[in-house]
Design a protein around this ligand. Structure first.
Ligand code: MTE
Length: 317
C-alpha cells in the first residue's frame, strides 16, 4: 500500500469493467472464430452480452447504513487497491479482466463441526442479501462511502458450527498467477491473507460482500466474494476469498508479516495512532477537496469499542 502513493485523485476516462470483460472475451472469441469453431457473427452477439451490466442482486436495506453521500460507482471501481493486479490505483480496473469469478468455491473449515465447500452462487442464493452503506477508510488516507450488497459473516460461521476452541478466523485470497498476474512478482507474499478475532468476525457489522451498487461485485473490487470490516483500515477487507479457516491461534496476515512495525493485526481505524510514516488524523473522502477528520473506529465506535475494552490500542495497532 504505501509503495506508490499518488497525491492526486484522477480517474481514467472509461468504464472499466465492461471494457475489460469485453477485451477478455473478444480475444477468446477471435481465437475460436479463427479456428473455425464459431461463426463470425458470434463476435457481435458476444460484444453485446459482455457490455451487459453485472447481475442484479435483490437486497433488502440492512442496518448500520450511513446516510452520507455515496462515492460514485465509477470512482469505487477505478480507484482502488488489489495488488494481485498491480500497485497503482488504476491497475485493478485495467487488469482484473483475467480473473474468472465463476465457478468459484469457498471453503469454510478448521475448528468447526460442519466444514463445507460452498459454490458461491448457491451460497448467494441461500443467504438473505442486505444493502449496507459503509464508510471505507484506507490506511493510505483516502476514504469512500460504498453501498455493499452482502450478508453478515456471522450467518455463514454459525452454519458451520464453530467449535469451543475456535478463537480466530483466517481468510485467504485465490492464489493463481495466471488469473492474478501480480502474483508473478514479489511485491507481497502470496496469497494475500487476513485475519480477525472470532468476536470481530461474529460482529453484526462484519459483512461478506458479493456486490455493490445493487449488482454483483466487479472483478477489481474482489469478485465474487470479499470481506468488509468497516471499522478497520481497508487492507483488512480481503478480496476474492477462497478459504475461511477457524483457528485457535492468531493467524499470520499479509501486511503485518511484510511490515510489522507499520501494520498490526488489529488495524482499527485510529486517528490518535500515527502510521510510522504519516499521521492518520485526517482523510480525503474521494471526490472532496478538503480533508476531513478521521473518526475513531471509522465512526463505528458505538458498535465496536466494547470489543477492545481494557486493551492498549497503541500497542495493539
Ligand atoms: N485484498 C487483496 N486480496 N489484495 C489487495 O491488494 N487491498 C486491500 C483490500 N483488500 C487488497 C485486498 C486494501 S489496501 C484496500 S484499501 C481495500 O481492499 C480496497 O477495497 P476497494 O477496492 O473496495 O476499495
Amino acid at each position: 500500500m504505501p509503495i506508490h502513493i499518488r497525491p492526486d485523485y484522477s480517474l481514467p476516462e472509461r468504464e472499466a469493467t465492461p471494457e475489460a470483460l469485453y477485451l477478455n472475451r473478444r480475444e477468446w472469441l477471435a481465437g475460436m472464430i479463427a479456428a473455425g469453431l464459431l461463426p463470425a457473427s458470434a463476435l457481435a452477439t458476444a460484444v453485446e452480452a459482455a457490455a451487459a451490466p453485472l447481475a442484479k442482486l435483490n437486497a433488502k436495506p440492512g442496518p448500520f447504513s450511513t446516510d452520507e453521500e455515496k462515492t460514485p460507482l465509477k470512482a469505487v471501481t477505478t480507484y482502488n487497491n488489489f495488488y494481485e493486479f498491480g500497485t497503482d490505483k488504476g491497475d485493478p480496473a485495467e487488469n482484473a479482466h483475467s480473473l474468472r469469478p465463476r465457478p468459484w468455491t469457498l471453503a469454510v473449515e478448521g475448528l468447526v463441526d460442519k466444514p463445507q465447500r460452498f459454490d458461491v452462487d448457491k451460497l448467494i442464493k441461500a443467504m438473505p442479501l442486505e444493502e449496507r452503506i459503509y464508510r471505507l477508510r484506507c490506511v493510505e488516507g483516502w476514504s469512500m462511502v460504498i453501498p455493499w450488497v452482502g450478508f453478515p459473516l456471522a450467518s455463514l460461521l454459525k452454519a458451520v458450527e464453530p467449535q469451543a476452541g475456535a478463537r480466530y478466523v483466517a481468510f485467504t485470497t485465490l492464489h493463481d498467477p495466471r488469473q492474478m498476474p501480480g502474483q508473478k512478482g514479489g511485491v507481497l507474499q502470496w496469497p494475500y491473507r487476513e485475519g480477525l478475532r472470532l468476536d470481530e468476525a461474529m460482529h453484526p457489522l462484519t459483512l461478506l460482500a458479493v456486490g455493490l451498487y445493487g449488482r454483483a461485485l466487479p472483478n477489481q473490487n474482489g469478485a465474487p466474494i470479499r470481506l468488509v470490516v468497516p471499522w478497520k483500515y481497508g487492507f483488512k477487507s480481503i478480496k476474492s476469498i477462497v478459504s475461511i479457516r477457524l483457528t485457535d491461534k492468531q493467524p499470520a496476515t499479509t501486511w503485518s508479516t511484510m511490515a510489522p512495525r507499520e501494520y498490526g493485526f488489529y488495524a482499527n481505524v485510529n486517528p490518535a495512532v500515527s502510521h510510522p510514516r504519516w499521521s492518520q488524523a485526517k482523510e480525503r473522502r474521494i471526490g472532496e477537496f478538503l480533508r476531513r477528520d478521521t473518526l475513531p473506529f471509522n465512526g463505528y465506535g458505538a458498535q465496536v469499542a466494547g470489543l477492545y475494552k481494557g486493551m492498549d490500542l497503541r500497542r495493539f495497532y
